[in-house]
Design a protein around this ligand. Structure first.
Ligand code: ZN
Length: 82
């Protein structure tokens, strides 16, 4: 994603983007190639307070940029954040 657009979204309070097809949520402030954010066609920008609601709706955190929200990881690995 181009920097100017990202900055604009941040000014509006958006920190995340949801892929409506794969049901994955990505952070906007990271640059992992694996996320392929520019390739996401059906998407919605989210604020931090929206995250919990979207997670309950069945959305999953990206394993690269939102690993703490990735339910695939949570199931069998316990990560300690101390
Ligand atoms: Zn990601």
């Amino acid at each position: 994603m181009e920097k100017a657009k990202r900055l604009f979204l941040r000014l509006l309070g958006y920190r995340y983007v949801a892929n409506l097809r794969s049901k994955e949520i990505h952070r906007l402030d990271t640059d992992y190639k694996q996320c392929n954010i520019p390739l996401i066609r059906a998407k919605k920008y989210l604020r931090k307070k929206d995250l919990g609601m979207w997670e309950r709706a069945g959305y999953n955190g990206c394993r690269f940029c939102l690993p703490f929200m990735d339910t695939d990881i949570k199931r069998d690995v316990h990560v300690c954040f101390t």
